[in-house]
Design a protein around this ligand. Structure first.
Ligand code: COI
Length: 362
């Protein structure tokens, strides 16, 4: 299958510099979008074709479009950072491209070649590079590649047509409070994913499934929901849209990828960053009883959530039907903050990129 080239059809009316700067002064998360998007089509028998960069705007879909009924959809999230010399680099786009392929396989969708995924992101960031926030702060340009089934018809089957799209959104802190610890509601009666299900694919259905539990978390005054495994209701899996890490003094532990949780790129990067800083870092199953007991006996010193959008966010209070407890006296832990700075320093281009994670743009 040949790689399609992406034809440039830029907007004749991009947002004014003044308006853009006003947005970049306080972008929040996922509220504003840049001037352009990239789209590439896939048709059975023809493969990937008609790649183009076009003005950002609505997609026109027939009401019987497959994705609207049966949710054949996958997405990714990655970020572009302004470097000290003013250039722009994305973080591990190859890792996102490979996970996108894995998600596509799980949802019986065509796999986009890794180089096409990266090219599509590069073309969009290059065109909209003025939207990448200034160097040095917490802000970045969040890229959201996604793919939908576009065949029209109500038959339940893998579609014969798909649309791949990349959009971009300037991003500040995912949680309004910044690095303030988030509170967690432990969902004991709802599960996010089952063994053999889609938990390890990045597909909208997993996030739809999390919304009710997330709403229940809000009713209990919590920012996020944490899930246990679907079989024993015992093993900690992940939050609504983020992985978890447990800090035992100098050692960090993240739940093993059992197939029902997402293989986060930030999660994976932190295993290496922590080892580079001299920490032990391991993947292991962590039970909910262990979480609580080890917090109470003082061996579990910090807990944090991680993801592309949330970067690293400390966990404060954990509430469940059976009671509540608090990590690190409700303060951000020192290992959490150290790892957060170390990762951000690589992404912002002020620390050595010893794993070759940064992908500079042209
Ligand atoms: C990300 O961290 O990129 C995510 O996809 C989480 C959420 C915003 C859906």
């Amino acid at each position: 299958m040949t790689t399609p080239t992406i034809e440039l059809k830029p907007s004749s009316h991009p947002l004014s510099a003044t308006e853009r700067e006003r947005i970049l002064a306080g972008p929040g998360f996922g509220r504003y979008f840049t001037d352009h998007m990239v789209t590439i089509k896939w048709t059975e028998g023809r493969g990937w074709h008609d790649g183009e960069l076009v003005p950002y705007g609505p997609l026109s879909l027939d009401p019987a479009t497959n994705v609207l009924h049966y949710a054949q959809e996958i997405f990714e999230g990655l970020k572009a950072y302004r470097q000290p010399d003013g250039s722009v680099a994305t973080f591990r786009p190859d890792a996102n491209a490979r996970r996108f392929q894995a998600s596509a396989r799980r949802l019986a969708m065509p796999e986009l070649p890794v180089e096409t995924f990266i090219e599509a992101c590069d073309v969009l960031v290059q065109q909209d590079k003025d939207w990448v926030p200034a160097h040095g702060g917490e802000e970045s340009l969040y890229l959201r590649p996604f793919m939908i089934a576009t065949e029209v018809g109500l038959g339940v089957k893998p579609a014969n047509e798909y649309l791949f799209v990349v959009i971009a959104s300037p991003a500040g802190a995912y949680f309004a409070g910044g690095v303030k610890p988030v509170s967690i509601w432990l969902s004991e009666n709802r599960v996010r994913a089952v063994p053999g299900g889609m938990g390890d694919a990045k597909t909208g259905g997993n996030y739809a499934a999390s919304l009710l539990a997330q709403a229940e978390a809000a009713v209990h005054g919590c920012d996020q929901v944490a899930y246990l495994d679907a079989v024993e209701h015992k093993w900690v899996e992940e939050l609504g849209g983020m992985n978890l890490y447990f800090v035992y003094g100098d050692k960090i532990v993240t739940p093993t990828l059992t197939g029902s949780l997402l293989a986060g790129v930030t999660r994976d990067s932190l295993l290496s960053v922590a080892r580079d800083l001299g920490h032990e870092a391991e993947e292991a199953r962590v039970s909910i009883d262990q979480w609580r007991t080890d917090t109470e006996n003082g061996t579990l010193t910090e807990v944090f959530a991680c993801g592309t959008a949330a970067v690293i966010t400390p966990v404060g209070t954990v509430k469940s039907a059976g009671g509540e407890w608090t990590q690190s006296n409700g303060e951000p832990g020192k290992v959490t903050l150290k790892l957060r700075e170390a990762l951000l320093d690589i992404q912002r281009g002020v620390a050595e990129d010893r794993h070759g994670w940064m992908h500079p743009l042209g």
